[in-house]
Ligand binder design. Sequence first.
Ligand code: FMN
Length: 149
Amino acid sequence: MKVAILSGSVYGTAEEVARHAEKLLELQGLEARYQPRVSLEELVAFDPDAVLTVTATTGMGELPDNLLPLYHELRDRLPNWRGRPGAVLALGDSSYETFCGGGELMRELYAELGLCEVVEMLRLDASETVTPEVDAEPWLATFVAALKA
Ligand SMILES: Cc1cc2nc3c(=O)[nH]c(=O)nc-3n(C[C@H](O)[C@H](O)[C@H](O)COP(=O)(O)O)c2cc1C
């Protein structure tokens, strides 16, 4: 099963978590592909069976600049991924009112694309953890199990 991993990051944490997720998924026998600045064309050509997004939130609940172009292209072009499984891993900080707002924007995009969230969005709170990669592991295991089910 081919899993595309997308990321949105300002300071690099979400990219590290995405890279870690790629390794874990590969270890579980999935064909995970993480290219930090993937284009829509590359993504469509990969034809993922499932999509995982790892994104931080910036500004007042916004997506990081390095995910925005792809986000808008996906909204405009709506590749036919209807019915395929997906999940969102959101990094945020609960001291902001719009906690994990970027992740919520991706969930809305998933709904427009018809991607099914097979596990509930994980919210990792930067004011509570300094080890997001490790904290994401149990949730990633649940995601893998859902993909294999
Ligand atoms: C300027 C700025 C604005 C932020 N805005 C939000 C926000 O609106 N909501 C939220 O949940 N987290 C917010 N955060 C927290 C980041 O999303 C969080 O620290 C995340 O782990 C950063 O990941 P990154 O290193 O991949 O950029 C903000 C952080 C900064 C520095």
